[in-house]
Design a protein around this ligand. Structure first.
Ligand SMILES: [Zn+2]
Length: 97
């Protein structure tokens, strides 16, 4: 891990950090599995460090709290996502490409 370089481009030190564990998601190489999990459907609750990929409906998990303006990469479907605020104030994503 390169925590130091990550810290230097992190202007908001107040973000909560998360320990990720594998959840059995196996559609990406082992090294990346902990960054994704299968979405359980409408009753699933997303943590502050999780967001749903609108393309493939996989939950992307970050080591830190997700905020508006974050860019995320969904490896299972190779989409680049931008985190935006939805009309109801929750976080959602725009697909960049
Ligand atoms: Zn995806």
């Amino acid at each position: 891990m390169n925590d130091q370089s990550e810290a230097s481009d992190e202007p908001e030190p107040s973000r909560k950090r998360y320990e990720l564990e594998e959840t059995g998601f196996n559609e990406v190489p082992k090294k990346w599995r902990k960054f994704y999990r299968i979405w359980e459907g409408a009753l699933d609750t997303l943590a502050p460090n999780e967001i749903l990929c609108p393309v493939c409906k996989v939950v992307i998990r970050s080591v830190k709290e997700i905020r508006v303006g974050d860019r995320l990469y969904c490896m299972p479907c190779m989409s680049r996502l931008l985190v935006v605020e939805a009309e109801d104030g929750t976080l959602t994503t725009d697909v960049l490409y």
